[in-house]
Design a protein around this ligand. Structure first.
Ligand code: AMP
Ligand code: ZN
Length: 484
Protein backbone atom coordinates (compact mmCIF):
# COMPACT_ATOMS: atom_id res chain seq x y z
CA UNK A 1 0.00 0.00 0.00
CA UNK A 2 1.26 3.45 -0.92
CA UNK A 3 0.57 5.94 1.84
CA UNK A 4 1.54 9.59 1.90
CA UNK A 5 3.82 10.49 4.79
CA UNK A 6 3.75 14.14 5.90
CA UNK A 7 7.14 13.71 7.55
CA UNK A 8 8.90 12.82 4.30
CA UNK A 9 6.49 14.70 2.00
CA UNK A 10 6.19 11.65 -0.27
CA UNK A 11 4.03 8.62 -0.90
CA UNK A 12 5.82 5.55 0.40
CA UNK A 13 5.16 1.82 0.46
CA UNK A 14 3.66 1.14 3.87
CA UNK A 15 5.69 -1.37 5.85
CA UNK A 16 5.02 -1.74 9.58
CA UNK A 17 7.89 -1.94 12.06
CA UNK A 18 6.76 -5.32 13.35
CA UNK A 19 5.27 -7.98 11.06
CA UNK A 20 2.52 -8.94 13.50
CA UNK A 21 1.07 -5.55 14.41
CA UNK A 22 0.43 -2.04 13.13
CA UNK A 23 0.65 0.50 15.93
CA UNK A 24 -1.62 3.43 15.25
CA UNK A 25 -2.19 6.55 17.34
CA UNK A 26 -4.90 9.17 16.87
CA UNK A 27 -5.22 12.56 18.53
CA UNK A 28 -8.62 12.44 20.16
CA UNK A 29 -11.12 15.26 20.66
CA UNK A 30 -10.90 18.10 23.17
CA UNK A 31 -14.10 17.40 25.03
CA UNK A 32 -15.31 20.92 25.86
CA UNK A 33 -18.05 20.97 23.24
CA UNK A 34 -19.65 18.83 20.55
CA UNK A 35 -17.43 17.75 17.68
CA UNK A 36 -18.20 19.66 14.48
CA UNK A 37 -18.45 17.79 11.21
CA UNK A 38 -14.96 19.06 10.30
CA UNK A 39 -13.45 17.22 13.29
CA UNK A 40 -15.45 14.19 12.22
CA UNK A 41 -14.07 14.34 8.68
CA UNK A 42 -10.66 13.61 10.19
CA UNK A 43 -12.01 10.71 12.24
CA UNK A 44 -13.91 9.24 9.26
CA UNK A 45 -10.80 9.19 7.08
CA UNK A 46 -8.66 7.74 9.87
CA UNK A 47 -11.35 5.09 10.39
CA UNK A 48 -11.13 4.12 6.72
CA UNK A 49 -7.36 3.79 7.05
CA UNK A 50 -7.65 1.57 10.13
CA UNK A 51 -10.34 -0.59 8.55
CA UNK A 52 -8.43 -0.92 5.30
CA UNK A 53 -5.29 -2.03 7.14
CA UNK A 54 -7.38 -4.69 8.89
CA UNK A 55 -8.99 -5.66 5.55
CA UNK A 56 -5.53 -6.00 4.03
CA UNK A 57 -4.71 -8.55 6.74
CA UNK A 58 -2.85 -6.47 9.33
CA UNK A 59 -3.45 -6.75 13.01
CA UNK A 60 -3.98 -3.15 14.18
CA UNK A 61 -3.77 -1.70 17.67
CA UNK A 62 -5.17 1.80 17.71
CA UNK A 63 -4.95 4.17 20.65
CA UNK A 64 -6.74 7.50 21.09
CA UNK A 65 -6.47 10.09 23.85
CA UNK A 66 -9.32 12.21 25.12
CA UNK A 67 -8.09 15.72 25.81
CA UNK A 68 -9.72 16.67 29.08
CA UNK A 69 -6.91 18.87 30.41
CA UNK A 70 -4.22 21.24 29.18
CA UNK A 71 -5.54 22.43 25.79
CA UNK A 72 -5.61 26.21 25.57
CA UNK A 73 -7.56 28.14 22.94
CA UNK A 74 -4.31 28.95 21.17
CA UNK A 75 -2.24 25.88 20.40
CA UNK A 76 0.85 27.84 21.49
CA UNK A 77 0.21 27.91 25.26
CA UNK A 78 -1.78 31.13 25.23
CA UNK A 79 -5.46 31.97 25.51
CA UNK A 80 -8.07 30.36 27.71
CA UNK A 81 -8.21 26.80 28.95
CA UNK A 82 -10.74 25.11 26.64
CA UNK A 83 -12.16 22.82 29.32
CA UNK A 84 -12.64 25.67 31.80
CA UNK A 85 -14.30 27.68 29.07
CA UNK A 86 -16.80 24.85 28.53
CA UNK A 87 -17.42 24.48 32.28
CA UNK A 88 -18.10 28.22 32.67
CA UNK A 89 -20.39 28.25 29.65
CA UNK A 90 -22.55 25.46 31.06
CA UNK A 91 -22.16 26.08 34.80
CA UNK A 92 -20.84 22.56 35.31
CA UNK A 93 -17.60 21.06 36.59
CA UNK A 94 -14.78 20.30 34.17
CA UNK A 95 -15.21 16.56 34.73
CA UNK A 96 -18.97 16.75 34.05
CA UNK A 97 -18.26 18.60 30.83
CA UNK A 98 -15.59 16.05 29.87
CA UNK A 99 -17.89 13.07 30.48
CA UNK A 100 -20.84 14.62 28.66
CA UNK A 101 -18.90 15.55 25.53
CA UNK A 102 -16.91 12.32 25.48
CA UNK A 103 -20.19 10.40 25.38
CA UNK A 104 -21.55 12.78 22.73
CA UNK A 105 -18.42 12.25 20.62
CA UNK A 106 -18.76 8.47 20.66
CA UNK A 107 -22.50 8.71 19.95
CA UNK A 108 -21.63 10.74 16.81
CA UNK A 109 -18.95 8.21 15.90
CA UNK A 110 -21.45 5.38 16.15
CA UNK A 111 -23.88 7.17 13.84
CA UNK A 112 -21.06 7.66 11.35
CA UNK A 113 -19.88 4.03 11.61
CA UNK A 114 -16.54 5.13 13.06
CA UNK A 115 -15.07 2.25 15.04
CA UNK A 116 -14.06 2.95 18.62
CA UNK A 117 -10.25 2.62 18.92
CA UNK A 118 -8.93 -0.36 20.87
CA UNK A 119 -7.73 1.94 23.65
CA UNK A 120 -9.38 5.25 24.57
CA UNK A 121 -7.52 7.07 27.32
CA UNK A 122 -8.55 10.35 28.96
CA UNK A 123 -5.45 12.52 29.46
CA UNK A 124 -6.22 13.02 33.16
CA UNK A 125 -5.62 9.29 33.73
CA UNK A 126 -1.91 9.25 32.87
CA UNK A 127 -0.32 12.01 34.96
CA UNK A 128 2.47 9.68 36.19
CA UNK A 129 3.52 8.98 32.60
CA UNK A 130 3.94 12.68 31.85
CA UNK A 131 5.88 13.28 35.07
CA UNK A 132 8.24 10.41 34.18
CA UNK A 133 8.94 11.83 30.71
CA UNK A 134 9.30 15.43 31.88
CA UNK A 135 11.70 14.42 34.68
CA UNK A 136 14.00 12.70 32.19
CA UNK A 137 13.83 15.61 29.76
CA UNK A 138 14.92 17.92 32.59
CA UNK A 139 17.73 15.54 33.62
CA UNK A 140 18.98 15.29 30.05
CA UNK A 141 18.94 19.05 29.50
CA UNK A 142 16.04 19.16 27.01
CA UNK A 143 13.79 21.05 29.39
CA UNK A 144 14.11 23.95 31.82
CA UNK A 145 12.16 25.53 34.65
CA UNK A 146 11.14 29.15 34.26
CA UNK A 147 8.62 31.19 36.19
CA UNK A 148 7.35 28.00 37.86
CA UNK A 149 6.54 26.17 34.59
CA UNK A 150 8.56 23.46 32.84
CA UNK A 151 9.37 24.21 29.18
CA UNK A 152 10.83 22.13 26.38
CA UNK A 153 13.93 23.80 24.93
CA UNK A 154 13.59 23.64 21.14
CA UNK A 155 17.08 25.08 20.62
CA UNK A 156 18.52 21.74 21.83
CA UNK A 157 17.34 20.01 18.64
CA UNK A 158 19.26 19.90 15.39
CA UNK A 159 15.94 19.70 13.51
CA UNK A 160 12.73 20.95 15.06
CA UNK A 161 10.42 21.55 12.08
CA UNK A 162 9.39 18.32 10.44
CA UNK A 163 6.23 18.98 8.49
CA UNK A 164 6.69 22.49 7.17
CA UNK A 165 9.60 24.69 6.31
CA UNK A 166 9.78 27.62 8.70
CA UNK A 167 12.39 30.36 8.84
CA UNK A 168 14.88 29.93 11.66
CA UNK A 169 14.52 33.58 12.70
CA UNK A 170 10.90 32.76 13.60
CA UNK A 171 12.40 30.85 16.52
CA UNK A 172 13.40 34.08 18.26
CA UNK A 173 11.08 35.25 21.02
CA UNK A 174 8.70 38.11 20.29
CA UNK A 175 9.22 38.49 16.56
CA UNK A 176 5.58 38.72 15.65
CA UNK A 177 3.67 41.79 16.68
CA UNK A 178 0.29 41.50 18.32
CA UNK A 179 0.89 37.97 19.52
CA UNK A 180 0.76 37.35 23.24
CA UNK A 181 4.15 35.94 24.21
CA UNK A 182 5.15 33.99 27.27
CA UNK A 183 8.28 35.83 28.41
CA UNK A 184 9.53 32.79 30.34
CA UNK A 185 10.31 31.07 27.06
CA UNK A 186 13.92 31.05 25.89
CA UNK A 187 12.95 30.41 22.29
CA UNK A 188 9.75 31.29 20.52
CA UNK A 189 8.65 27.71 19.91
CA UNK A 190 9.51 26.38 23.35
CA UNK A 191 6.39 24.88 24.81
CA UNK A 192 5.02 24.09 28.23
CA UNK A 193 5.39 20.53 29.49
CA UNK A 194 4.01 21.26 32.95
CA UNK A 195 2.17 24.33 34.22
CA UNK A 196 2.36 25.31 37.87
CA UNK A 197 1.85 29.02 37.47
CA UNK A 198 -1.59 28.96 36.03
CA UNK A 199 -3.13 32.21 35.01
CA UNK A 200 -6.48 30.53 35.54
CA UNK A 201 -7.44 31.26 39.11
CA UNK A 202 -10.04 28.54 39.18
CA UNK A 203 -7.99 25.82 37.49
CA UNK A 204 -10.03 22.81 38.55
CA UNK A 205 -7.74 19.91 37.79
CA UNK A 206 -4.30 19.90 39.36
CA UNK A 207 -1.85 17.31 40.57
CA UNK A 208 1.23 17.22 42.70
CA UNK A 209 4.53 17.02 40.83
CA UNK A 210 8.25 17.46 41.55
CA UNK A 211 7.82 21.05 40.28
CA UNK A 212 4.78 21.96 42.35
CA UNK A 213 1.03 21.49 42.06
CA UNK A 214 -0.09 21.97 38.49
CA UNK A 215 -1.20 20.28 35.30
CA UNK A 216 0.34 18.96 32.08
CA UNK A 217 0.60 20.77 28.75
CA UNK A 218 -1.47 19.46 25.87
CA UNK A 219 1.37 18.01 23.75
CA UNK A 220 2.85 15.76 26.43
CA UNK A 221 -0.43 13.82 26.71
CA UNK A 222 -0.14 12.25 23.31
CA UNK A 223 3.50 11.23 23.78
CA UNK A 224 2.76 9.78 27.22
CA UNK A 225 -0.38 7.90 26.22
CA UNK A 226 1.13 6.58 23.01
CA UNK A 227 4.23 5.23 24.79
CA UNK A 228 2.19 3.76 27.63
CA UNK A 229 0.08 1.61 25.30
CA UNK A 230 2.21 1.22 22.19
CA UNK A 231 5.76 1.27 23.50
CA UNK A 232 8.80 3.06 22.12
CA UNK A 233 7.80 3.10 18.47
CA UNK A 234 4.79 3.91 16.40
CA UNK A 235 3.82 3.04 12.81
CA UNK A 236 1.19 5.68 12.05
CA UNK A 237 0.17 8.83 13.89
CA UNK A 238 -2.98 10.57 12.64
CA UNK A 239 -4.72 13.89 13.07
CA UNK A 240 -6.17 16.87 11.25
CA UNK A 241 -3.70 19.12 9.44
CA UNK A 242 -3.93 21.85 12.10
CA UNK A 243 -2.31 19.38 14.49
CA UNK A 244 0.88 19.14 12.39
CA UNK A 245 2.24 22.33 13.91
CA UNK A 246 2.80 22.89 16.76
CA UNK A 247 1.16 19.80 18.32
CA UNK A 248 2.73 16.95 16.35
CA UNK A 249 6.00 18.82 15.88
CA UNK A 250 6.22 19.11 19.68
CA UNK A 251 5.21 15.49 20.18
CA UNK A 252 8.15 14.41 18.02
CA UNK A 253 10.54 16.80 19.78
CA UNK A 254 9.75 15.55 23.27
CA UNK A 255 9.26 11.85 22.40
CA UNK A 256 12.52 11.48 20.48
CA UNK A 257 14.47 13.50 23.05
CA UNK A 258 13.08 11.25 25.77
CA UNK A 259 13.64 7.99 23.90
CA UNK A 260 16.94 8.89 22.30
CA UNK A 261 15.82 7.44 18.96
CA UNK A 262 13.40 7.83 16.07
CA UNK A 263 9.78 7.42 17.20
CA UNK A 264 7.03 7.41 14.55
CA UNK A 265 7.35 6.35 10.90
CA UNK A 266 4.18 7.65 9.23
CA UNK A 267 2.26 10.87 9.78
CA UNK A 268 -1.18 10.98 8.22
CA UNK A 269 -2.81 14.40 8.17
CA UNK A 270 -6.35 15.01 6.99
CA UNK A 271 -6.98 18.36 5.30
CA UNK A 272 -9.72 20.53 6.69
CA UNK A 273 -13.38 20.68 5.96
CA UNK A 274 -14.20 24.35 5.44
CA UNK A 275 -17.34 26.30 4.76
CA UNK A 276 -17.58 28.67 1.78
CA UNK A 277 -16.67 31.56 4.09
CA UNK A 278 -13.70 29.81 5.60
CA UNK A 279 -12.80 27.85 8.68
CA UNK A 280 -15.30 25.67 10.48
CA UNK A 281 -16.11 27.04 13.90
CA UNK A 282 -17.90 25.96 17.07
CA UNK A 283 -18.77 29.50 18.07
CA UNK A 284 -19.36 31.56 14.92
CA UNK A 285 -22.09 31.00 12.34
CA UNK A 286 -24.03 27.74 12.19
CA UNK A 287 -22.45 25.10 14.45
CA UNK A 288 -22.42 22.10 12.14
CA UNK A 289 -22.92 18.90 14.11
CA UNK A 290 -24.17 15.42 13.26
CA UNK A 291 -27.37 16.14 15.21
CA UNK A 292 -28.00 19.26 13.16
CA UNK A 293 -27.66 17.27 9.93
CA UNK A 294 -30.09 14.69 11.31
CA UNK A 295 -32.58 17.41 12.25
CA UNK A 296 -32.39 18.60 8.67
CA UNK A 297 -33.28 15.11 7.45
CA UNK A 298 -29.87 13.73 6.45
CA UNK A 299 -28.79 10.23 7.37
CA UNK A 300 -25.30 10.67 8.97
CA UNK A 301 -23.97 8.09 6.51
CA UNK A 302 -24.75 10.52 3.68
CA UNK A 303 -22.17 12.79 5.29
CA UNK A 304 -19.75 9.87 5.47
CA UNK A 305 -20.25 9.29 1.74
CA UNK A 306 -19.73 13.02 1.13
CA UNK A 307 -16.33 12.71 2.86
CA UNK A 308 -15.35 9.54 1.02
CA UNK A 309 -16.08 11.14 -2.33
CA UNK A 310 -13.04 13.37 -1.99
CA UNK A 311 -9.41 12.65 -1.15
CA UNK A 312 -8.28 13.18 2.44
CA UNK A 313 -5.34 15.30 1.31
CA UNK A 314 -7.58 17.87 -0.38
CA UNK A 315 -9.48 20.62 1.37
CA UNK A 316 -13.20 19.86 1.26
CA UNK A 317 -15.81 22.60 1.13
CA UNK A 318 -19.06 21.95 2.90
CA UNK A 319 -22.34 23.38 1.64
CA UNK A 320 -25.85 22.00 1.81
CA UNK A 321 -25.89 21.85 -2.01
CA UNK A 322 -22.83 19.61 -1.91
CA UNK A 323 -24.36 17.47 0.81
CA UNK A 324 -27.60 17.23 -1.19
CA UNK A 325 -25.63 15.78 -4.10
CA UNK A 326 -24.20 13.14 -1.77
CA UNK A 327 -27.69 12.44 -0.46
CA UNK A 328 -29.03 11.79 -3.98
CA UNK A 329 -26.06 9.55 -4.77
CA UNK A 330 -26.53 7.65 -1.51
CA UNK A 331 -30.24 7.10 -2.06
CA UNK A 332 -29.69 5.87 -5.64
CA UNK A 333 -26.95 3.52 -4.50
CA UNK A 334 -29.10 2.06 -1.72
CA UNK A 335 -32.08 1.67 -4.10
CA UNK A 336 -29.89 -0.29 -6.53
CA UNK A 337 -28.66 -2.57 -3.76
CA UNK A 338 -32.22 -3.03 -2.45
CA UNK A 339 -33.22 -4.22 -5.92
CA UNK A 340 -30.82 -7.18 -5.66
CA UNK A 341 -32.32 -10.44 -4.49
CA UNK A 342 -31.15 -11.28 -0.96
CA UNK A 343 -32.62 -14.77 -1.31
CA UNK A 344 -30.29 -15.61 -4.23
CA UNK A 345 -28.36 -18.71 -3.18
CA UNK A 346 -26.11 -18.95 -6.25
CA UNK A 347 -22.51 -20.01 -5.74
CA UNK A 348 -19.94 -17.21 -5.45
CA UNK A 349 -18.57 -16.23 -8.84
CA UNK A 350 -14.87 -16.55 -8.03
CA UNK A 351 -13.69 -14.76 -11.19
CA UNK A 352 -15.89 -11.77 -10.40
CA UNK A 353 -14.73 -11.75 -6.78
CA UNK A 354 -11.07 -11.70 -7.82
CA UNK A 355 -11.55 -8.95 -10.41
CA UNK A 356 -13.59 -6.71 -8.11
CA UNK A 357 -11.25 -7.18 -5.16
CA UNK A 358 -8.33 -6.20 -7.32
CA UNK A 359 -10.07 -2.97 -8.35
CA UNK A 360 -11.04 -2.14 -4.78
CA UNK A 361 -7.59 -2.75 -3.40
CA UNK A 362 -6.02 -0.88 -6.30
CA UNK A 363 -7.98 2.22 -5.31
CA UNK A 364 -7.20 2.12 -1.60
CA UNK A 365 -3.59 1.01 -2.08
CA UNK A 366 -3.10 4.31 -3.88
CA UNK A 367 -2.91 6.53 -0.79
CA UNK A 368 -6.47 5.72 0.22
CA UNK A 369 -8.28 6.89 -2.93
CA UNK A 370 -11.72 6.56 -1.37
CA UNK A 371 -13.60 8.21 -4.25
CA UNK A 372 -12.33 5.49 -6.60
CA UNK A 373 -13.22 2.84 -4.02
CA UNK A 374 -16.79 4.20 -4.01
CA UNK A 375 -16.82 3.92 -7.82
CA UNK A 376 -15.98 0.23 -7.45
CA UNK A 377 -19.36 -0.20 -5.71
CA UNK A 378 -21.04 0.80 -8.97
CA UNK A 379 -18.81 -1.60 -10.86
CA UNK A 380 -20.05 -4.37 -8.55
CA UNK A 381 -23.65 -3.47 -9.37
CA UNK A 382 -22.94 -3.41 -13.12
CA UNK A 383 -20.86 -6.60 -13.14
CA UNK A 384 -22.33 -9.49 -15.12
CA UNK A 385 -22.70 -11.92 -12.27
CA UNK A 386 -25.31 -13.25 -9.84
CA UNK A 387 -26.90 -11.23 -7.01
CA UNK A 388 -25.38 -13.40 -4.29
CA UNK A 389 -21.89 -12.47 -5.50
CA UNK A 390 -22.79 -8.78 -5.80
CA UNK A 391 -24.20 -8.67 -2.28
CA UNK A 392 -21.18 -10.52 -0.86
CA UNK A 393 -18.79 -8.05 -2.52
CA UNK A 394 -20.76 -5.00 -1.37
CA UNK A 395 -20.80 -6.33 2.20
CA UNK A 396 -17.07 -7.04 2.08
CA UNK A 397 -16.10 -3.62 0.73
CA UNK A 398 -18.38 -1.95 3.22
CA UNK A 399 -16.34 -3.38 6.10
CA UNK A 400 -13.85 -0.69 5.01
CA UNK A 401 -16.08 2.08 3.64
CA UNK A 402 -18.64 1.84 6.44
CA UNK A 403 -21.58 3.19 4.45
CA UNK A 404 -24.15 0.84 5.99
CA UNK A 405 -24.97 -0.46 2.50
CA UNK A 406 -26.54 -3.80 3.42
CA UNK A 407 -28.36 -2.49 6.48
CA UNK A 408 -29.88 0.48 4.67
CA UNK A 409 -30.81 -1.66 1.64
CA UNK A 410 -32.55 -4.19 3.92
CA UNK A 411 -34.41 -1.35 5.59
CA UNK A 412 -35.43 0.07 2.23
CA UNK A 413 -36.73 -3.30 1.07
CA UNK A 414 -38.78 -3.64 4.25
CA UNK A 415 -40.09 -0.07 3.98
CA UNK A 416 -41.05 -0.60 0.33
CA UNK A 417 -42.91 -3.79 1.20
CA UNK A 418 -44.73 -1.98 3.99
CA UNK A 419 -45.66 0.84 1.62
CA UNK A 420 -47.00 -1.67 -0.87
CA UNK A 421 -49.10 -3.29 1.82
CA UNK A 422 -50.44 0.08 2.87
CA UNK A 423 -51.23 0.89 -0.73
CA UNK A 424 -53.31 -2.28 -0.91
CA UNK A 425 -55.11 -1.30 2.28
CA UNK A 426 -55.86 2.14 0.95
CA UNK A 427 -57.40 0.50 -2.13
CA UNK A 428 -59.94 -0.95 0.31
CA UNK A 429 -58.64 -4.53 0.31
CA UNK A 430 -56.19 -5.71 2.98
CA UNK A 431 -54.17 -8.87 2.64
CA UNK A 432 -52.73 -10.33 5.81
CA UNK A 433 -50.43 -13.28 5.53
CA UNK A 434 -47.10 -14.71 6.57
CA UNK A 435 -44.79 -12.26 4.79
CA UNK A 436 -44.52 -13.51 1.21
CA UNK A 437 -45.16 -10.86 -1.42
CA UNK A 438 -45.86 -13.29 -4.26
CA UNK A 439 -48.64 -14.97 -2.22
CA UNK A 440 -50.02 -11.55 -1.19
CA UNK A 441 -50.28 -10.72 -4.91
CA UNK A 442 -52.26 -13.89 -5.73
CA UNK A 443 -54.64 -13.35 -2.81
CA UNK A 444 -55.15 -9.73 -3.84
CA UNK A 445 -55.79 -10.80 -7.48
CA UNK A 446 -58.40 -13.30 -6.26
CA UNK A 447 -60.12 -10.56 -4.22
CA UNK A 448 -60.22 -8.28 -7.24
CA UNK A 449 -61.60 -11.06 -9.47
CA UNK A 450 -64.41 -11.66 -6.95
CA UNK A 451 -65.17 -7.96 -6.79
CA UNK A 452 -65.42 -7.89 -10.60
CA UNK A 453 -67.75 -10.94 -10.38
CA UNK A 454 -65.22 -12.98 -12.37
CA UNK A 455 -65.90 -16.10 -10.27
CA UNK A 456 -64.16 -18.50 -12.64
CA UNK A 457 -60.88 -16.56 -12.25
CA UNK A 458 -61.41 -16.26 -8.48
CA UNK A 459 -61.88 -20.05 -8.19
CA UNK A 460 -58.84 -20.69 -10.37
CA UNK A 461 -56.71 -18.50 -8.12
CA UNK A 462 -58.07 -20.18 -4.98
CA UNK A 463 -57.10 -23.57 -6.49
CA UNK A 464 -53.64 -22.28 -7.39
CA UNK A 465 -53.12 -21.05 -3.85
CA UNK A 466 -54.39 -24.36 -2.47
CA UNK A 467 -51.93 -26.20 -4.68
CA UNK A 468 -49.19 -24.12 -3.06
CA UNK A 469 -50.42 -25.11 0.39
CA UNK A 470 -52.13 -21.81 1.13
CA UNK A 471 -55.53 -21.50 2.75
CA UNK A 472 -57.40 -18.23 2.21
CA UNK A 473 -60.16 -16.95 4.49
CA UNK A 474 -62.26 -13.95 3.50
CA UNK A 475 -62.63 -11.33 6.23
CA UNK A 476 -64.37 -7.93 6.13
CA UNK A 477 -62.32 -5.60 3.92
CA UNK A 478 -59.89 -8.25 2.66
CA UNK A 479 -58.50 -11.73 3.19
CA UNK A 480 -56.17 -13.62 5.51
CA UNK A 481 -53.92 -16.43 4.30
CA UNK A 482 -51.86 -19.05 6.06
CA UNK A 483 -49.80 -22.08 5.17
CA UNK A 484 -51.40 -25.44 5.91
P1 AMP B 1 -9.91 19.02 18.64
O1 AMP B 1 -11.19 18.50 19.26
O2 AMP B 1 -9.93 20.49 18.42
O3 AMP B 1 -8.70 18.58 19.44
O4 AMP B 1 -9.82 18.38 17.19
C1 AMP B 1 -10.11 17.05 16.92
C2 AMP B 1 -9.58 16.65 15.55
O5 AMP B 1 -10.25 17.37 14.51
C3 AMP B 1 -8.10 16.93 15.35
O6 AMP B 1 -7.53 15.83 14.65
C4 AMP B 1 -8.09 18.16 14.49
O7 AMP B 1 -6.92 18.27 13.75
C5 AMP B 1 -9.29 17.91 13.60
N1 AMP B 1 -9.91 19.11 12.98
C6 AMP B 1 -10.14 20.31 13.54
N2 AMP B 1 -10.79 21.14 12.67
C7 AMP B 1 -10.97 20.43 11.52
C8 AMP B 1 -11.59 20.70 10.25
N3 AMP B 1 -12.17 21.87 9.98
N4 AMP B 1 -11.58 19.72 9.31
C9 AMP B 1 -11.00 18.51 9.57
N5 AMP B 1 -10.42 18.19 10.75
C10 AMP B 1 -10.40 19.12 11.72
ZN1 ZN C 1 -2.30 14.62 20.02
Amino acid sequence: MQLYNSATHTKQEFVPNHPDIVKMYTCGPTVYHFAHIGNLRSYIMEDVLEKYLRYAGYNVKRVMNITDVGHLTSDADTGEDKMLKGAHREHKTVMEIAQYYTDAFFADCEKLNIKRPDVVQPATGCIDEYIKIISKLLDDGYAYLAGGNVYFDTSKLSKYYVFNEHKEEDLAVGVREGVEEDTNKRNKNDFVLWFTKSKFEDQALKWDSPWGVGYPGWHIECSGISMKYLGEDLDIHCGGIDNAFPHHTNEIAQSESFLGHHWCNWWMHVMHLNTADGKMSKSKGEFLTVSLLEEKGYDPLMYRLFCLQSHYRKVLVFSYDNLDNAKVTYEKLIAKIAALDPADKSALDEAAVAALRQEFRGALDNDLATAQAVTVLYNVLKYKTNDATKLAMLAEFDTVLGLGLIDRADKKRAADAEAKKNAATSGGYTVQGEGDESIDELVRARGEAKKAKNFAEADRLRDELKARGIEVTDVPGGAVWKRI
